[in-house]
Write a protein that binds this ligand. Sequence first.
Ligand code: MTE
Ligand code: MO
Length: 303
Amino acid sequence: MAKRWINDLTHSDVTPEKAFLNRRQILAGLGAGIGAGAAFGVAGQAHAQEALKPNKWDDITNYCNYYEFGTGKEDPARNAHTLTTEPWTVKIDGLVDNPGDYALGDILAKMTIEERIYRFRCVEAWSMVVPWNGFELADLLSMAGVKSDAKYVAFETVFRPEEMPGTRYQVLDWPYVEGLRLDEAMHPLTLMATGLYGKPLPNQNGAPLRLVVPWKYGFKSIKSILRITLTDTQPPTSWNKANAREYGFYSNVNPTVDHPRWSQASERPIGGGLFAGRKDTLMFNGYDEVASLYDGMDLAANF
Ligand SMILES: Nc1nc2c(c(=O)[nH]1)N[C@H]1C(S)=C(S)[C@@H](COP(=O)(O)O)O[C@H]1N2
Ligand SMILES: [Mo]
C-alpha cells in the first residue's frame, strides 16, 4: 500500500482520548511496521489506527509500577501526589560539551513536543498501548553535546524519602537508576515523555519527565528523571543490581528468552476485560527497525 504522509499537525490538535499520530510518528511507525498504509490523523482528517488502540486514561494512570510509592499496582496512583514536580531541574553531566543543571522549562522551550502511541510491555507479561507526549531523547542529548568518547547514557530518578513513602523499604537500592547504550538512546523511537493524552504526565506515570523505550521491558522506562550522565562504561541498573540472573542490561522484549521464573512468549493486554485472550509477544515489541542495533549480538546471552 502507498505510504501516507500527514503534514500540518500541531500540538494544539490533541484532543484528550482521541489518539492520532503526527508526521514524525508515522515515520517511526512505518519502520515499525505499525503504520504502513494506515490512515492517521486528527478527528475530521483521518482515524486513529485500530491495531494500536490506546488504553484508557484510567488504566494507564491506575495500573502503574513506581516502587518509590509502593509495590502494588494501585499504590502509585494513591501515593504519588506527594512528589513535588515544580520546579524541576535536570542535571546533565559526564561526557558532554555543555554539562549543567537545566531547568525543565528551558529544556521544553527548545524541544518539539510530539504525540506518539507506543506499545508498552512489562516484564510481568502485561501490556498496554499508551499515547505519550514528549520529545526525542536524541534532541536533548544533542543540546548537551555528546562527546565522542561517550558510549552509554545513565539515568537517575529523584530520591526524596520524605515525599516517597515506598523508599522506606529496601525493595530496590534507591535511587532508581537505568541505562542505555548511546545508539539506543539516540534512536528516534526513544522518547522523553512529558504527557499522556495531551495532558501533563501524572506523578504516578513519572512526572515531570520519564524515559520511554518501547522495544524494551517497562522497567527500562525510568520515571521522574533528575540526572542524565554520559559515560564510557556500562552503567548499573536497579533491576540488574537487585537480581542479575533475572534482569540483564539490555532487556529487549524477546518472546524467545524466558524470564527464569516465567515465560515471556505472550502477554495479557490490560483493559481488555475478563475474557480477552492473551497475545503473542512480538520480538522487540514489534519495533523491528531497532533489530540492526543488535546485529551480531547473542540476545539470549545479552538479555
Ligand atoms: N523510578 C522508577 N521508574 C520506574 C519504575 C519504578 O519502580 N521506579 N518501574 C518501572 C516499571 S517495572 C514499569 S513496567 C514502568 C511502568 O510505567 P507506568 O506505570 O507509567 O505504566 O515504569 C518503570 N519505571
Ligand atoms: Mo515493569
